[in-house]
Each structure stands twice: as C-alpha cells, then as structure tokens.
Design a protein around this ligand. Structure first.
Ligand SMILES: *[C@@H]1O[C@H](CO)[C@@H](O)[C@H](O)[C@H]1NC(C)=O
Ligand SMILES: *[C@@H]1O[C@H](CO)[C@@H](O)[C@H](O)[C@H]1NC(C)=O
Ligand SMILES: *[C@@H]1O[C@H](CO)[C@@H](O)[C@H](O)[C@H]1NC(C)=O
Ligand SMILES: *[C@@H]1O[C@H](CO)[C@@H](O)[C@H](O)[C@H]1NC(C)=O
Length: 284
C-alpha cells in the first residue's frame, strides 16, 4: 500500500497559504463586523430577525442554487426574507434597502464637520447602526463632528488594518481606531429604551491628542470625546450634541462586565443543577 501523507499535508498547506491572504468581510449585527472565507464565504442577512453575519448558521452555503457562484439576492423562506451575497466585502448592507425596505437598519447621515471648514456632506448610507463622534479640547473650544454608518466603518477599518499588517501600505484604519476600540453599538444600546422609534446612547471619554508626525510636544493636549450610537429612524445620528444625555466609558465597561458575570453566573447555576441531577441519577 502507498500512503501519501506528506502529499496530502502539503496540499492542505497550499490551500491554507492561498486562503490566508483573502477574507470575506461582512457586517455582523452584534460584533459590528466579521471575517469569513473569501472563496466559499458568504455574508448573510435575515430581514425578519435583523441578523447580519458571516453565514454563521451555514444557510447560504447549503443553498444548492448558490453553489460555486458569485451571487447576491434574497429568498422567501417560511414567511421570512433571508439574503445571501458573496460579491463584495460588506455586501450584506445592500439588503437593508431591498423590500421589505428598512425592516432592520436605517439610513444614516454621513458627514464631517471640522471647525473653520465647510461641512462635508457625503452620500447617506444604510446600516444597522448610525454613529456620531464629537471631539474638542477638554476645556472647551470648537468641536469636530463625524457622522456615519457604524458597521460599514468597522468593516472598512478591519480591511485596511489587515492590508496594512500584510503590506504596510494602508494607514486608513488609524482614522477609525478610536471608535474601533469602543464596545460595539449593539453592546452600547443593549439596555436602552426606545423613544419615538429610536434607541440611542452616547459614551463620554477623554484622551491625549496625538502629536502630528515629527512634532515635538512637551505636554499633549487633553481632549474630550463623545461617541454616540443609534438605531430606529432614518438620520437618527443627525443631532447628537454635548448637552444630550450620556454615560462615561468607565460606567459602560462596568455595565458590560456586570452583564457578563450575570450570564456566566446563570450558567454556573445551571451546570451545578445538572451536576446535582447527574449525582441523583447515579445515586438511585
Ligand atoms: C429568520 O428569522 C426568522 C424570525 O426570527 C426565523 O423564524 C427564521 O428561522 C430565520 N431564518 C433563517 C434562515 O435563519
Ligand atoms: C405565513 O404568513 C401567513 C399570513 O400571515 C400565515 O397564514 C402562515 O401561517 C405563515 N406561514 C408560516 C410558515 O409561518
Ligand atoms: C497594498 O498592496 C497590495 C499588494 O501589493 C495591493 O494589492 C493593494 O492594492 C495595496 N493597497 C493600497 C491601498 O495601496
Ligand atoms: C418624541 O416626539 C414628540 C413629538 O414629535 C416630541 O414632542 C418629544 O419631545 C419626543 N421625545 C423624545 C424623547 O425625543
């Protein structure tokens, strides 16, 4: 008998090396973004449940009519409209505006306001979450405001970071590092009430302004920032101001920690219950 274990191993290695450089980036409703496989990776959206992900439950990959295709479209299954695409990174955002339109997600204002410059208004974009970021010197002064589509920004951030890690030729991710380091909008809005159709919350933080390249500074400028997420109505990110209600980043992180220990506490109890149950079963 002839066993070619090495041949098979090197085939896998080859496939691995081919695959390593390519990923399919999609929008994820809880994590903001996710990374699937470029060759057989699909982006998924369920218009009934609002789920966006990297085909985590293998719905798209198991559809015969999609086998080995570049494709994009929605199916009606058991009264819910479910959508698959693999034709571009972040392509599942495109399903927000196909019928039933805006069942989940909405249109966000996409703009930049820099002090002493004209407001730059970009094309509005569709996203599960809209955001805005305000920054100013801590003791006051003019505010810089960025508004846009949160999940789309996070997909682009991680794509450019990945390219930069590999080829050292794309520093665009540095512009969005601050919001990429924040908890996801899904986490931020988790316990917020809906008011007038919109759920929103702002998170306050402070940071030191990074000196420009090559610039020598003795004392960095202390800055304040405010990161807001919203969902529900179109342009819900149009208005966020310093005066609106907000919580500090420390408070938010503490709340997220509490949520985690609440759920792990519950699973500890249930494993204790099942341990007791097993014990009883073995005893009798
Ligand atoms: C889509 O969401 C609906 C409502 O939550 C659910 O009943 C259905 O099973 C989901 N479909 C898929 C393919 O995930
Ligand atoms: C689909 O919706 C129709 C009308 O609302 C309902 O009569 C039917 O039972 C639903 N089917 C399923 C599989 O949920
Ligand atoms: C970075 O380099 C890679 C590989 O050479 C290339 O495919 C990609 O387009 C480059 N990206 C930018 C932003 O120049
Ligand atoms: C909700 O809408 C009503 C009417 O437009 C307005 O008076 C009220 O202030 C709004 N409430 C909030 C919390 O935005």
């Amino acid at each position: 008998m002839h066993h070619p274990p090495f041949g098979r191993a090197s085939l896998f290695l080859l496939l691995f090396l081919i695959s390593i450089g390519y990923a399919r980036y999609c929008v994820h409703n809880e994590k903001s973004w996710c990374e699937g496989h470029n060759i057989w990776g699909w982006c998924f959206h369920n218009k009934s449940s609002g789920v966006f992900n990297c085909d985590d439950d293998s719905f798209c990959i198991s559809q015969d009519q999609l086998k080995n295709k570049k494709s994009s479209g929605c199916f009606l299954r058991d009264n819910s409209s479910v959508c698959c695409c693999n034709d571009a990174d972040g392509c599942n955002l495109g399903f927000i505006s196909v019928p039933p339109k805006y069942a989940h997600g909405q249109q966000c204002v996409n703009s930049m306001e820099i002090p002493n410059e004209d407001i730059r208004l970009f094309k509005p974009c569709d996203d599960p979450y809209c955001y805005s970021v305000l920054t100013a010197e801590e003791d006051g002064g003019p505010t810089t405001v960025t508004r846009g589509c949160h999940s789309r920004k996070m997909v682009m951030h991680h794509m450019s970071k990945n390219e930069d890690d590999k080829f050292q030729n794309n520093t665009k991710w540095k512009e969005t590092k601050q919001i990429a380091d924040m908890p996801s909008c899904s986490e931020i809005l988790k316990d917020q009430p809906k008011m007038n159709g919109t759920t929103s919350l702002c998170i306050d933080f402070t940071f030191d302004q990074e000196p420009e390249d090559g610039e020598e500074v003795e004392e960095p400028i202390r800055m304040k920032g405010r990161f807001c997420c919203c969902e529900g109505t179109n342009k819900c990110n149009e208005q966020a101001m310093w005066a609106d209600e907000g919580i500090s980043l420390a408070e938010l992180l503490e709340e997220i920690e509490n949520r985690k220990s609440a759920t792990s506490g519950a699973s500890e109890i249930s494993s204790l219950v099942s341990a007791i149950f097993t014990f009883l079963v073995f005893t009798f």
